[in-house]
Write a protein that binds this ligand. Sequence first.
Ligand code: PGA
Length: 247
Amino acid sequence: MRIEVLADPAAVARRAAGVVADVLRATPDAVLGLATGGTMRPVYDELVALQRRGEVDFTRATTLNLDEYAGLAADHPASFAAYMRAALFSRVPVDPARIHLMRGDAPDPQAEARRYEAAITAAGGIGLQLLGIGRNGHIAFNEPGTEASTRTRLAPLAAATQQVNAPAFHPQPVPERALTMGIATILEARRCLLVATGADKAPAVARMVQGPVGPDCPASFLRGHPDVTVLLDPAAARDLAAAAPSG
Ligand code: PGA
């Protein structure tokens, strides 16, 4: 696990977008695992800026998102499908046939999870997987208690996660479950790039990097992956022992 502490959240976003752009320049038909959340928004903004400068091209890329709230149709404003349209897919040229999102309102979630795993396999596996981290150590919607062997499935959301995400649904209740790639699915990506900014992520980051590996902190399973880069701002790195700014 390589840790890079950048000067501030903007530098983290630029660095993350730069990694994605490098992958797309080297491999225009790369398979990207995409993440949602507040941390990722500036990353997508940077990617859009790079695209407008002609420095990155998504037209041949395949994308597979990590997760989606159960029960939400793609046109629900709080869906991750809507997030991705607003953050990236409506802003840069993409091939809609290469965009993969889980159908939150699929009538048979188990079948939808199998379909999604098959889509990852058919794409040739994920080359670069973007990840955020939850304050409780989740990655995607793999909440504390999730085992390393899990694959794409319907999973319950932790109460803390529901609370964090409640404002997006107000006054409606937050979904209690989500479709999510599993830990084993994520660990099969050839490379992972986890991004965390802000002091509220510092305890989860420290547990991921320095705590015991296990289901109590699902992000800790990334330490078993051979190619993980973690991009942090100084606030998110605060609880790490001997973290030094690397530029
Ligand atoms: P956030 O979400 O970027 O909105 O904090 C990250 C996550 O929960 O994985």
